[in-house]
Design a protein around this ligand. Structure first.
Ligand code: DX5
Ligand code: ZN
Length: 223
């Protein structure tokens, strides 16, 4: 099973985004958190900044849209250079139509679930997706504590994905660090967002490798 580390630039220095993105050039993806102060109580960045980031790195960009009305806005993020676009199912009016539109643009289509949103109602949608993102904190802020209570949902989602076949990635986001990534990988996650753990480290690049090594060792224990 392939494993991917996607550092969140939410914990980077916003005055030095290009420098900080280069600091993690061994990462598999760059995770960009878009917040609109409506879907979540925080405001970060939007299309022009994502486009600028995509323009200064060869690492694929993983856009996580914590916004209202993704049906209207998400395709513009694919257009701006995001290789993967994640919309929240709680905010999407027509998730199937949106996923098909994103794929039609050549982007990977991904659907995110807040901690209290169950995966089971969306089982029939999995074939429309390239990734499912399970939030392991309430979305809105970096640096929050990992919610262990999400581990059963990670396991149930992994079981559904295995049952349906295909190659849908399972991403976890929130509180992922050296001390929590193994639990996530053992439960079946294969794609890991880490913000404060990476950019709070003395050597962000070394932390990316350390996280990947820990996840790989733990994934071998996944049952
Ligand atoms: C939270 C964001 C996360 C956040 C993760 O709403 O979606 O991507 O940046 O930050 P850490 O890894 O610090 O929890
Ligand atoms: Zn995120």
């Amino acid at each position: 099973m392939g494993l991917r580390i996607s550092p969140s630039i939410l914990s980077a220095d916003f005055a030095n985004l290009e420098r900080d993105v280069r600091r993690i050039d061994n990462a598999d993806w760059v995770h960009v958190d878009v917040m609109d102060n409506h879907f979540v109580p925080n405001l970060t960045l939007g299309l022009p900044v994502l486009e600028a980031i995509a323009g200064v790195t060869d690492t694929p960009v993983d856009a996580h849209l914590m916004i209202e009305d993704p049906d209207r806005w998400a395709p513009a993020y694919a257009e701006a250079g995001a290789d993967s676009v994640t919309f929240h199912v709680e905010a999407a009016a027509a998730p199937v139509r949106l996923a098909r539109e994103l794929r039609g643009q050549g982007a990977r289509a991904s659907m995110a679930l807040k901690p209290a949103t169950p995966i089971e109602p969306y089982e029939d949608l999995l074939g429309e997706l390239d990734m499912v993102l399970l939030m392991t904190v309430e979305p809105g802020f970096g640096g929050q504590a990992f919610l262990d209570i999400m581990l059963p949902k990670i396991r149930r989602t992994r079981a559904l994905l295995d049952k349906h076949g295909g190659d849908v990635w399972l991403q976890v986001d929130g509180g992922v660090s050296e001390s929590t990534i193994e639990r996530c990988a053992e439960a079946g996650a294969d794609t890991f967002v880490a913000g404060s753990a990476v950019f709070g480290a003395d050597d962000p690049s070394a932390m990316v490798d350390a996280l990947r090594d820990r996840a790989a060792a733990a994934a071998r224990r996944h049952v």
